[in-house]
Design a protein. Sequence first.
Length: 56
Amino acid sequence: MEKDIDYSNSKLTPDKALQMLRSEGLDLTIEQAEEILYFLRIIANIVVLKHLNETK
């Protein structure tokens, strides 16, 4: 699954996410950290859109 996401303007990069997850005892690869960030972006977008639609 290939996703071209530019994390240069993001506060949470795959490297930072990997460090955070490893500090919690999870042994992941950088690719897995990227997948997790991608999934979290999808969930965050859904939540924001739902909230905006409810406030109309």
